[in-house]
Ligand binder design. Structure first.
Ligand SMILES: C[S@@+](CC[C@H](N)C(=O)[O-])C[C@H]1O[C@@H](n2cnc3c(N)ncnc32)[C@H](O)[C@@H]1O
Length: 241
């Protein structure tokens, strides 16, 4: 089950306003060109920021997410009609024959158990053509992002067009490595409060490389995220046949 921040209709509608600048997506647009992709699968597409960007560049785009509320937001974006949206996770995808599958925004960290992570990688493999690429990012545990999150706890206020003033309070709840849990509490101008609890898993580079090999991928390269140097691993893998 996706967290309320993605699955609750009211929270999904304000997600982009709190998410801010998406310069992180530029590297994935460039990567699609680099591997010559014509059909891209965006798994965990959320509110569809990357999917519509790629479709506007003439690529065929399939985008999947188990959070119906986030997909509903994605479907309202200009160019959304160019994207094929799937409600579900990687285990429910058809054989798309995609050239490239991506997971942006640290989607790879939402899979807490090895079983879920492996099932996702196998589902992605099945949705790619032979020799197709997989690219995703995940936070480097050594960077200890949770220490920055602890320092950043507090309230952010945004005026969201069509919705009004929304307050978001962020709290770090627990660091129990490899898991880190946090909470977002939203307060809307009509007084409604909605709480979203999240847990992410921090995997080492070795763990990810082993899981990719076990699920039918060979690692081509491990890069830095250009907008977050030193903080992320960006894996580029290829489906082995
Ligand atoms: C941090 S958001 C990133 C959204 C989007 N990729 C982006 O960059 O804006 C994480 C996304 O993972 C999705 N998610 C949660 N569980 C998932 C699963 N089992 N399979 C695929 N996606 C999942 C959530 O619904 C959410 O949209």
């Amino acid at each position: 089950m996706p967290d309320e921040i993605f699955a609750h209709p009211r929270l999904a509608r304000v997600y982009d306003a709190f998410d801010g600048d998406r310069a992180d997506l530029d590297a994935y647009v460039l990567l699609a060109g680099e591997v010559g992709a014509r059909h891209v699968l965006d798994l965990g597409c959320g509110t569809g920021a990357l999917a519509v960007l790629l479709a506007a560049r003439g690529l065929r785009v399939s985008a999947a997410d188990p959070a119906a509320a986030s997909l509903a937001v994605a479907r309202t974006k200009p160019g959304a009609e160019l994207v094929t949206w799937h409600h579900g996770d990687a285990t429910t995808l058809p054989d798309l024959g995609a050239d490239l599958a991506v997971m942006t925004g640290n989607v790879a960290q939402v899979f807490l158990s090895d079983d879920d992570w492996h099932a996702t990688l196998r589902g992605l493999r099945g949705a790619l053509r032979a020799g197709g690429h997989l690219a995703f990012e995940t936070r480097r545990p050594q960077y200890r992002a949770w220490e920055q999150w602890a320092a950043e706890q507090g309230t952010t206020v945004r005026e969201v067009p069509g919705i009004g003033v929304v307050e978001q309070r962020f709290e770090l709840v627990e660091v129990a490595l490899p898991h880190v849990s946090f909470r977002h509490v939203y307060r809307f101008s009509d007084g409604e409060t909605v709480v979203s609890d999240s847990t992410l898993r921090f995997r080492s580079r070795d763990e990810i490389e082993r899981s990719l090999a076990a699920c039918g991928f060979s690692v081509r390269e491990v890069r830095q995220a250009p907008d977050r140097p030193g903080r992320e691993y960006v894996f580029l893998a290829r489906r082995t046949d």
